[in-house]
Write a protein that binds this ligand. Sequence first.
Ligand code: P6P
Length: 336
Amino acid sequence: MTKRISLTQYLVEQQRQHGHIPAQLRLLIEVVARACKRISISVNKGALGDVLGTAGSENVQGEVQKKLDIIANEVLIEANEWGGALAAMASEEMEGIYVVPNRYPQGEYLLLFDPLDGSSNIDVNVSIGTIFSVLKKPDGHEGVSESDFLQAGKQQVAAGYCVYGPQTTLVLTVGDGVAMFTLDREQGSWVLTQDGVQIPEDTKEFAINMSNMRHWAPPMKRYIDECLAGKSGPRGKDFNMRWIASMVADVHRILTRGGVFMYPWDQREPDKAGKLRLMYEANPMSFLIEQAGGAATNTQQRMLDVTPDKLHQRVSVVLGSKNEVDRVTAYHQAGG
Ligand code: P6P
């Protein structure tokens, strides 16, 4: 049974025992967690809060913005800009970086986030979430620019997400395993409900949007065909499928019971490496998955080794139970 301690106590103990979390990083994580609490209040209002539906605008990705996308983005910016831990922020909802205004002290960290992932699920009351990633600003120069953000995922010092579902749960790593905190709404506090999260190396459950099957590259078709062939096929076992169309919810299931999540390249938009974004979706989720004993690749190499060249670049994603991720990646590396 996990000792029921608060997020603050967990972070202080991490700092004492492992020296993993300098005070500024601890403050940053607590502020992000507090912002997620505020976002969950808006999300939970639903139709009662005039927060559903579209905002009548598009984001840098050319996607229609939901009202809650903008609300969540504003909450994260306002909560984090004054604390002194950050030099700048980057968001799926903003084209350029947000440099901390001169009226506030500049810190040494960079915060990236998808403020509300899975927003196509908002209006149909399906779990959505906030994803965040923390990098250190490179030393040796004054100021901050977009190029400071372009670091491989293995440089992350912290990452996590908050899933707004039947429970509101914050999932966090600072490089020393994965911990889960459930929001106690009566106290208004995050309570440690699982520590040392581990993903089984094998699984019988895959997550992919099957409607895109005719557009996939041969290696992905081969992997899924073999899963669908079940016990009498080359895998010798039956598989189950889940697809929530909310990465946070699918990844939370995988961290909780194993599985493999895939959003591969497909020929609908051949110039795009995939649908999901590297810096604030694939990298933070891959850091969590690896810290929980899983694996994550872009179908060719370890996700956390990918060197970004654009802030909003997209990537193919395969992550979850190690042996399945290795198999999918091996098929792609062999060309099918
Ligand atoms: P599709 C949500 O829009 C998202 O970015 C991820 O959260 C999710 O995994 C994926 O896109 C769903 O994409 O094409 O199945 O709607």
